[in-house]
Ligand binder design. Sequence first.
Ligand SMILES: Nc1ncnc2c1ncn2[C@@H]1O[C@H](COP(=O)(O)OP(=O)(O)O)[C@@H](O)[C@H]1O
Ligand SMILES: [Mg+2]
Length: 137
Amino acid sequence: MTFHYDVLGDEFTHAGVASSKVKKILKQLGVPAEIVRKVAIAMYEAEINMVIHANGGVIDGDINEDRIYIVLKDEGPGIEDIKLAMKAGYSTATARAREMGFGAGMGLPNMKRHSDDLKITSEVGKGTVVEIIVFLS
Ligand SMILES: Nc1ncnc2c1ncn2[C@@H]1O[C@H](COP(=O)(O)OP(=O)(O)O)[C@@H](O)[C@H]1O
Ligand SMILES: [Mg+2]
């Protein structure tokens, strides 16, 4: 099955809606809880990043018996140095995002840790594409 979500930018209070929906779908499909948790964390972090860093974007996903594939695409500012951005604690989050509890700089490390395959491609001034694969069995 496939899924698609549009994620609005700067909607801090609604952030995380798509990942909680996917979490629900996987639970209903009978995917083991620890795997659902991995997907939920990795996707949540990527979804939040689109909201707080990139003014929103689109999410497409595909679930089969073996794996879930999620691609999150935005047209935000892009990431200049992905290696640096991956470092624990690195964050360019705004004061407002921090006030809302975001901006700990742990999103990308968490994504890496909870996905079986993570690919980030980004072009400054154009946007960012995050691809996440988690094996389901
Ligand atoms: N989709 C994105 N668009 C632009 N920059 C991003 C995006 N995702 C991550 N970044 C950059 O990578 C940094 C680290 O991301 P992350 O580890 O999730 O920390 P945080 O979101 O708490 O700042 C961000 O502060 C930002 O500079
Ligand atoms: Mg983040």
